[in-house]
Design a protein around this ligand. Sequence first.
Ligand code: FAD
Length: 317
Amino acid sequence: MSVLVYTESENGKLKKNAFEAASYAYKVAQDMGTTLTAVSFGVADASALGEYGVSKVLKVQNDKLKVFNARAYAAVLAEAVGQEGAKVVILSSSTDSKYLGGLLAGMLKAGYVPNVVAAPDSVTPMLVKRMAFSNKGFAHTEITTDAKIIGVSNNAYGAHENKTSLEEASFDPSLGEGVFSTNSVNIDKVSGEVTIADADIVVSAGRGLKGPENWGMVEELAKVLGAATACSKPVSDMGWRPHGEHVGQTGKPVASNLYIAIGISGAIQHLAGVSASKVKVVINTDPEAPFFKAADYGIVGDAFEVVPELIEKLKEF
Ligand code: FAD
């Protein structure tokens, strides 16, 4: 029996959240007195997983699985769980992994808890701490089923090095009938170089910027910081920015290390999706803007003055 971790990848490379999930899974495996097996898709060199406590990686190399397909990936993971006799599966809490986690839970009849933010309170019984009430609180949740699935939030537990001797094995799943009920033929990326889900830093702007023509400074600030760009819902609704940048309760969730909100009032629906970020910086002309109550640092000022100045200062470093 081992603990199994699904390690996300993009263009053949493991993502940051793969190492975070592996680090978390290693902690669970250690507490359970067992080893950690990873499953990777389309990754030629998975050796880095050995730095994060993984003892064995099952490498899936199949052209049909090059693009993420939740149902097919869930079927592969379920097969790997059977082969390894795993009782606990760890994955990230990205949008893809949440989709996958739900399907896998159905297949394994497992209890599934996503948005977990800390090492388990205990492994017997399995008690984990997760975000609750739109990220306004925490719930300590026991998973009572035999099979258990845990989704780890980005930038919560972190990636911790634990050098382990790694065995790399190829895994050729059976991919039974009906597994490919949907098929993504092509994926058009709408966001910039850094995706919101993977970003350490997110620079986000709202209606306070008055119009799409003023996003140059937001993009420049993001470039200087190596950040992803995001926006509030009305901004994408009005077509100022692509929908892929909409963050909040009904948009993408953000759990970055740093979230910079420019000209965003801080409505409850916006905060619900971004408050898992570690440090929040708010730039707003209105000192009464609700976002200041949720901010770690606030600048009361005009974005059209503050942001260019910030860019100049940051360029000096
Ligand atoms: P506004 O509320 O108009 O705020 C603009 C801010 O800019 C103000 O605080 C103003 O003081 C400031 N400002 C103006 N000029 C400047 C300047 N020159 N420099 C600096 N600051 C300036 N919203 C989301 O974002 N995400 C969601 O997922 C989401 N889901 C929703 C779901 C539901 C069911 C509903 C009903 C609403 C949802 N909303 C969501 C909308 C949300 O309620 C707010 O309307 C929205 O977040 C406001 O966007 P905003 O802050 O950009 O605009």
